[in-house]
Design a protein around this ligand. Sequence first.
Ligand code: ATP
Ligand code: MG
Length: 140
Amino acid sequence: MAIQRTFSIIKPDATRRNLTGAINARLEAAGLRIVAQKRIFLTGEQAGVFYAVHKDRPFYEELCAFMSSAPIVVQVLEGEDAIAKNREVMGATNPADAAEGTIRKEFALSVGENSVHGSDGPETAAAEIAYFFSGLELVG
Ligand code: ATP
Ligand code: MG
């Protein structure tokens, strides 16, 4: 499997509880290298653009309000099979369904406030990275 890059977010529920370092330690222990990272505070509109794919879902407004309620940490992770590996380390969307040892099992508060985001495929990874980072900010 080739070296890939994926896009990751440490969500407001996690930054509020000072869990950035604990989550980064999990990512790094899994072999993912943080090649870009910044702490930002999204507007509701910016969150809406990022999650536009979910605009018809019943939880869309709640999701955009949550994602713009406190700072987030946006990251680019690099490694072997990074997209799938990150999804594995994150665990299932709903922490009640997440496997033992995953970030969401350990830290997530609910299906909405679930601590992390990870891209779900190569096209979304490329688009999400480009939404938040310039090429100059990606430092392997
Ligand atoms: P993410 O895209 O954040 O990595 P995911 O791919 O596991 O998570 P999606 O189905 O893409 O899950 O949903 C995006 C986000 O929307 C979830 O991470 C969660 O924060 C929120 N969400 C999903 N389902 C629900 C729900 N039933 N109720 C409230 N919020 C939800
Ligand atoms: Mg998703």
